[in-house]
Ligand binder design. Structure first.
Ligand SMILES: [Zn+2]
Length: 173
């Protein structure tokens, strides 16, 4: 009985100050998953019950000494299917369109494939297009990325991660 009361009293301590709205409604949940070819990863889900701000993080638990830089040429379906772990501190570059996406404070890690990475780049370019007034230039970049997805155009994607938490895996089969 005493324990129960105690639990009730301290339940608030499971909430942290939210990085977005600063209210004490930020809860963090973690779980360990096993992902094929990657081994164990620690997944962190955090969300705020007030402003709905949320983050999702993936950290590989198996120590791997990935290189700091991965340069990938994309021209075939096989290339688009390669699995990618993009770490929080990873910069993505596409030299063909002079694009560089640097990690910001809200930057998340994720697991995807090359095609998924291209989709995310297109999505952020569309968002930039709304803010900046360089529509024609941005449309050109989006077009090139879409052509790369259709394998009509070869592009290069460079992943640079000083913390070595990013990797592009080879195809397994
Ligand atoms: Zn909040």
């Amino acid at each position: 009985m005493k324990k129960k009361l105690n639990n009730k009293k301290t339940s608030n301590s499971f909430f942290f100050n939210c990085p977005a709205c600063n209210k004490k409604g930020f809860s963090v949940e973690q779980r360990i998953d096993t992902i094929p070819y990657l081994g164990e990863v620690l997944e962190t889900f955090a969300k705020c019950k007030y402003c709905k701000y949320k983050t999702h993080d993936i950290l590989p638990l198996t120590e791997k000494d990935y290189p700091k830089k991965h340069k990938i040429k994309i021209s075939k379906q096989k290339d688009l299917e390669r699995r990618v772990i993009k770490g929080k501190y990873c910069t993505i570059k596409v030299p063909e369109i002079e694009l560089e996406i640097n990690p910001g404070p809200g930057s998340e890690s994720y697991i995807s494939n090359i095609e998924g990475v291209i989709d995310r780049i297109i999505y952020s370019l569309k968002r930039i297009k709304k803010i900046e007034k360089k529509e024609e230039k941005i449309d050109k970049k989006i077009k090139l990325l879409e052509n790369a997805k259709k394998q009509k155009k070869e592009i290069t994607i460079i992943f640079e991660d000083p913390t070595r938490q990013s990797v592009v895996l080879k195809n397994f089969k």
